[in-house]
Ligand binder design. Sequence first.
Ligand code: AMP
Ligand code: GLY
Length: 332
Amino acid sequence: MKVLIVGSGGREHAIATAVAKSPKVDKIYCAPGNAGIGQVAECVNIGAMEFDKLVDFAKEKEIDLTVIGMDDPLVGGIVDKFEEAGLRVFGPRKNAAILEGSKAFSKDLMKKYNIPTAGYENFDSPEEAMKYLETSKYPIVLKADGLALGKGVLICNTKEEAMDGVKELMLDKKFGNAGNTIVIEEFMTGREVSVLSFVDGKTIKIMTSAQDHKRAKDGDQGLNTGGMGTFSPSPFYTEEVDEFCKKYVYQATVDAMAAEGREFKGVIFFGLMLTEDGPKVLEYNARFGDPEAQVVLPRMKNDIIDVFEACIDGTLDQIDLQFEDNACVCVV
Ligand code: AMP
Ligand code: GLY
């Protein structure tokens, strides 16, 4: 079969490498790809947001399966476009990718369905946000609602820093419209663990855990980056944590999305913080993590094509997801 992968990062390289291992696959394209990906796939000079061109390309080349790696096209509705054209595609539709596309949405979802997360309020008025900050406890966390390349989260130690943060996000529009709404959230402490999962709308299968390093500078003193390095598995993802999350987080999220009429098919990335009060969800992503995919996918034993197809067809319950008993590390 012929596979098209959309994206240009280390994540898409990891996806392409996994796809290349499948005996079912005889040709891989990647749009736009990068030099490394060029070693396993043919790179195509079409941008990830050029939906019409990508659909035309997939039709012309008779692509059997398209895999969307990146958040922007997913949140922009690329999967809906491919489906409307009768093409098979792996990833959530626009109405489900909102799980990552709007932090205000995901926080409200967690509150409504009792999924453990930090306490918060959403604001679309900077005046209201600043008023709230007058009586808040510090440190406090500000988050741009929309996509901001993983940089839209500000941890503020003082009221002054937080006021400046509101100005930056909502008035100066540092991240454009992503800051029209912000989430102001309780600051939590604990170890962070990333968990990737495959979802077919009803069933969720957890991949192995990983640990990401986000904050710049020694001693984690700098701002958040998109991710500077990662390893898998995480020693902090214990059986106890796994049991807790299986009970209160993973299936609960999939069921909540289905109950909202936003059936989720694809990858859900759970950013967890292991707090003293138990694991809590920091964030959801609607795709493989980057760099996490680079340490998780090489450890997967299954033919990734079988797993993608099962997610699309709603037959994930029949897949026995297995990982090597080894470890993997990636430095960006
Ligand atoms: P997010 O994009 O929501 O995962 O946030 C990026 C990073 O900011 C996380 O990986 C954490 O390191 C940090 N962070 C986010 N929310 C909180 C919080 N409520 N308390 C402490 N740190 C946080
Ligand atoms: N490494 C975090 C992310 O992919 O969002």
